[in-house]
Write a protein that binds this ligand. Sequence first.
Ligand code: ADP
Ligand code: ADP
Length: 542
Amino acid sequence: SCGICVEKCPFDAIEIINLPQELQDDPAHRYGENAFSLYGLPAPQEGQVTGILGPNGIGKTTAVRILAGELEPNLGRHEESPGWDEVLEAYRGTELQDYIADVRDGEVTVARKPQYVDQIPEQFDGNTRELLERTNERDALDDLVERLSIGPVMEQSIDDLSGGELQRVALAATLARDTDFYFLDEITPYLDIGQRVTAARLIRELAEEENRSMLVVEHDLAILDLLADTLHVAYGEPGAYGVITAPKSVRNGINEYLSGYLENENMRIRPDPIEFEEHAPRTATHGDVLVEYPDLRKSYGDGEFTLDVEGGEIRENEVLGIVGPNGIGKSTFAKLLTGDLEPTTGDADLDLEISYKPQYVTIDQHMRVDAFLSSITDQFGSSYWNTEIAQPLQLERIMEQNLSDLSGGERQRVAIAACLSDSADLYLLDEPSAHLDVEQRVQATSAIRRYAEQQDATVMVIDHDIYTIDLLADRLMVFDGEPAVNGRASAPQPMRDGMNEFLANLEVTFRRDERTSRPRINKPESQLDREQKREGEYYYAP
Ligand code: ADP
Ligand code: ADP
């Protein structure tokens, strides 16, 4: 059973134990008999950024299609649609009344950024300039191009852009449009933290300065917190039904979501809370040394890009977080470790066997998930493998699907499983959080940690989601420099020192939420921001 209901299951499937208030009302939309139903709708507001926080498959796209006027909601009566007038009647007196009246009258225009930017090259032939000029409706393109650093790729074919470049181009293309309502489905995948903060500021400015309605789905909680004015939590059974709550303050919405209990709804959405350790960052393990390396330098060509690596050691059994902007030499460092690249100076001689999950997951052969994974490990299907890999990564339900049919989040989980299942000295995961929802990030994080502990494996994780890094890493390597020009890699250091160095480069400080200890980005130049910068405590502030 889905564990939620009391009187009557909306699907006639199960006996109901505790039907939440929302499910006792009519849904906003039901696709058909026993098909997905959506309860509640988000309420976009002029001049505001409205966030939605919840898992994939819960009806966010359905809600947006309704708000965009593309899908006429049937209020659960899928046999005969009631029509917009009756829908308006149903929402009279709610925050959505005026908005729905405008939709009915065909007066709402919408710009949308899709979730999977990787698919844009299949849909567009041409270069960046051509794509952006088609959406330049507000005369804001030059500013967007500059602030999102798109200039260097303006003449490049869309086919040749990296994921991070595509994400920024897609954001610029959406925000350049002149519409009432903007919907952005995930803004952070493939962006580094600096780029994430810039994207968040651009979205806020469009709301505040141009009085537009912005609706954003986002799984990076630190960025969502910075970005949104109000928040709807979405919960339910992916594929069966979804409930979009009434708006909450962003702080309460995120806190309740993390705690696993929605207060106004009196609804438990997860058995255990997600907890952050207060100020004691995890004490570094003192395992044996897996590898020690001296100072290294790697230059490409005639020194177009140079990476300097400070000598250090990687310990057995630790999870080493790697942070720093894009284009700064993180992958180059990984290739020095594998021996795929020779350093220009310094003697590496490491030759470690590394199992690597790249940032852009491109497994899309016509092969079933189970066949693919069993070709990697003979542990496939063992109870150990099921408990440690398949379950936490929620693979059971997709085992029989084809790799090419998987969604971005499903593909990511298969790629993480494949990486961890291989036998190697070192496991290197590049942006495992991309396209995972919050729940999945937490589960993947604990799977990776447990795996390191139980298999005596050493894991290195590059990620830009600060919560993922905080929950995952024992120590940090910090990369700094000028993207595409030069990079410098610090030796692995304790979490507090590493976070301070990393965030000082970015000039961003975090405070702790009083209730949950969750780190929150301080307003630049606020009193706390200035105090913490003065004391050099950027993250684990007392
Ligand atoms: P999200 O955006 O949260 O991932 P969606 O709104 O895309 O969720 O989908 C929610 C559910 O509705 C999914 O289970 C999906 O399969 C189902 N669904 C979407 N469109 C249709 C449709 N036209 N007919 C029937 N079911 C649909
Ligand atoms: P990151 O992983 O931090 O994003 P990379 O190590 O991939 O950074 O790249 C750092 C810089 O080196 C980038 O400017 C990239 O274009 C350049 N670069 C990477 N590989 C090569 C190569 N084989 N030849 C020349 N330049 C390269």
